[in-house]
Design a protein around this ligand. Structure first.
Ligand code: PLP
Length: 288
């Protein structure tokens, strides 16, 4: 099947989809993005993704006067044209094309690009084995809460994980606390049964899956605290897990080669993963 991309109002063959060499996204990573998961043809928490997109755009002062409803129409159309029922839509907005200059152009038309890809969001193999992760220093800029396309440290971190035979890398701040994964949020379950995840401050991206899982946890009556946790605490935890739109909830069984629990997916992680699948089945908390 030939893939289709959406570029500034046009649906193009993926191989022919292009933006200009002076697009500020290309030259300065001057833009932001969202990855919105779809399962059984239903977008999961699309409203939360678009809310976060608006927040990122506002933080970067990119003026994007297109209504959410119009974006949703294109998102559905890109998914449909790519025959995606389970997978994701990638959406990127940059400040647009302008002669290269660090300062913002006085006038530019933001570029909007969307692609879609089929992907299994709950991989039975990963769920059965759990995953291994490594830890790395968090070398990103000070505003990872903005979902900007400036992802070089994340890419380097993911490559380091791959080289180590791991699935993800947890980034660690100067105080020795875990911030988040390169493309996922980080969670542990303490030996006392408390679920911990870092509070959504400027140090992490407030994951939409994170928000969904927080709702699932609130409804389940589990003990939860949003606070920083150290690498030492994580290695001593009963369970560990990660969340992201493209993988939902995945149990972690090793951190830097240290086994977590009995090095098998933990009972709570498995339960939360199953509950999140149920939550996502109806589009999450979405009403769009
Ligand atoms: N943290 C980072 C740095 C990410 O890049 C991502 C997703 O790409 C996440 C967390 C998870 O966010 P979400 O659940 O919205 O996919």
């Amino acid at each position: 099947m030939s893939r289709i991309a959406y570029v500034n109002g046009r649906y193009l063959a993926h191989r022919d989809a292009r933006v200009h060499v002076e697009d500020r996204g290309y030259q300065f990573a001057d833009g932001c993005y969202e990855v919105v998961a779809m399962r059984n043809g239903i977008f999961i928490d699309a409203a939360l993704h678009l809310q976060r997109l608006r927040r990122s755009l506002a933080a970067l002062r990119i003026d994007f006067p297109v209504k959410d409803a119009s974006l949703m129409v294109v998102m559905h159309e890109v998914a449909r044209r790519n025959l995606v029922r389970e997978g994701f839509v990638y959406l990127q907005i940059t400040r647009g094309v302008a002669p290269r200059d660090f300062a913002f152009p006085s006038k530019s038309q933001p570029s909007l690009v969307m692609t879609a890809r089929s992907k299994l969001l709950v991989d039975p193999k990963l769920m059965a084995s759990g995953i291994k992760i490594i830890t790395i220093p968090d070398q990103r800029w000070a505003r990872p809460d903005i979902k900007s396309v400036s992802l070089l440290p994340n890419a380097l971190g993911k490559e380091a994980a791959k080289q180590a035979g791991a699935y993800e890398a947890w980034q660690v701040d100067r105080d020795g606390n875990v911030t988040e994964g390169t493309s996922s949020n980080a969670w542990i379950v303490t030996k006392a049964g408390e679920v911990l995840t870092r509070q959504a401050d400027q140090g992490i991206l407030n994951g939409v899956t994170r928000l969904g899982l927080l709702r699932v946890i609130a409804a389940s009556g589990l003990q939860l605290r949003e606070r920083p946790f150290s690498v030492a605490e994580a290695k001593d935890a009963a369970e560990a897990l990660l969340t992201s739109s493209t993988n939902f909830v995945v149990p972690i069984v090793r951190i830097d080669d240290v086994p977590i629990g009995n090095a098998k997916p933990g009972p709570l992680a498995k339960k939360l993963a199953a509950s999140y699948v149920e939550y996502a089945a109806t589009g999450g908390s979405d009403k769009l």
